[in-house]
Design a protein around this ligand. Structure first.
Ligand code: FAD
Length: 303
């Protein structure tokens, strides 16, 4: 299975973008903010919260980071004006982290201020391990400046994460996820069973420390463990939420919400859809298989 996953991850970049686009449509709200607002409104109607993600990452020019800031400012205005229940999720490399950390900090600070004015929240997504320390530092700086409406993400696959959880400022707002980036063994656990155990251990630590936790997973085993911990630790309805990605296991999403838990859906949109789509397809061997067959000249229809 690991060998097949490896093969898929090596072959997907050779699939034409037009094919990737067709198969990844379910994971993306659309090209425009208006598309995203429409999707969020439907999610809100069905009892879900949302977080808006303007697709894009690893910008190489300051102007592109500034464009991303303007796009997020528009999203924040829409959240207020359209009265949708959503916050925003940002990637620091899209906001200039690899160009100039101070410039990136100023960009996130401006977004946090605009979000606070609208009573909403900025989640800083976690990217590959070359960004972990800088991301946690930037989060700590903003918390030190009094921005309580900013939260961060921890990845259970990283060997350092339990220590990072213990070093977070008090009352942190943390999304815990497995982690999507391929990392060397010295940095990350490779075995799914170990990652799951570490996930549960970190979640318990975060709940014990009084953090607000966004429990991001579609893994039934982890959901079961998380519900067990929520039952045991009783963080209260305003102490945690579940989080899932748009287009992934909507049936499971409904079951979690039916049990009375808060559930937030991650809603990506925008024209820079390619890198995000490849990551989602690699996580879905069935669809990735269709995409590869297409590459080989056979064209089964996606279901
Ligand atoms: C709200 C949210 C935010 C996230 N933010 C980050 C982040 O900031 N940084 C980061 O590194 N990672 C992030 N992730 C991704 C995360 O790290 C995992 O890679 C991803 O969630 C898959 O892990 P899983 O816990 O769902 O378990 P898995 O074992 O990967 O999946 C469990 C089951 O979910 C289903 N599933 C999972 N993915 C797909 C898919 N693409 N298509 C169809 N079915 C699928 C399958 O049935 C699978 O068996 C985020 C995930 C979520 C839900």
């Amino acid at each position: 299975m690991a060998a097949l996953d490896y093969l898929i991850s090596r072959a997907l970049p050779f699939v034409p973008r037009s094919v990737v686009r067709v198969f990844s449509r379910r994971y993306i709200a659309g090209d425009s903010l208006e598309d995203a607002v429409r999707v969020v409104r439907l999610l809100n109607r069905d009892g879900y919260l949302a977080t808006l993600d303007v697709l894009g990452e690893s910008v190489r020019r300051r102007a592109l980071a500034e464009t991303a800031v303007s796009d997020y400012m528009r999203a924040l205005r829409a959240i207020g004006e359209e009265r949708i229940d959503s916050n925003i999720s940002v990637k620091l490399t899209q906001l200039g982290l690899k160009l100039d950390a101070e410039f990136c900090l100023a960009n996130v600070r401006a977004l946090a201020r605009a979000a606070a004015e609208r009573g909403t929240f900025v989640r800083i997504d976690m990217e590959d391990s070359t960004c972990t320390t800088a991301t946690l530092d930037l989060y700590r700086t903003l918390r030190g400046e009094g921005f309580d409406n900013v939260g961060v993400v921890l990845q259970a696959c990283l060997r350092r994460t339990l220590a990072d959880a213990r070093a977070l400022p008090g009352r942190s707002n943390v999304r815990i996820c497995k982690g999507i980036y391929i990392e060397p063994r010295a940095i990350a656990f490779g075995d799914r069973r170990v990652i799951n155990k570490n996930y549960v251990r970190i979640l318990e630590e975060l709940l014990d420390r009084g953090c607000y936790v966004g429990i991001a997973t579609h893994d039934e085993e982890l959901l079961w463990e998380a519900m067990r911990l929520v039952d045991l630790k009783r963080p209260g309805a305003d102490g945690y939420e579940f989080q899932m990605l748009l287009g992934v296991d909507e049936e499971l999403r409904g079951l979690v919400r039916k049990e009375g838990h808060r559930l937030r859906v991650y809603v990506p949109y925008g024209s820079h859809w390619y890198a995000y789509s490849l990551r989602r397809l690699k996580e879905n061997p069935r669809i990735a298989g269709y995409v590869l067959m297409n590459l080989l000249g056979r064209r089964p229809a996606p279901s």
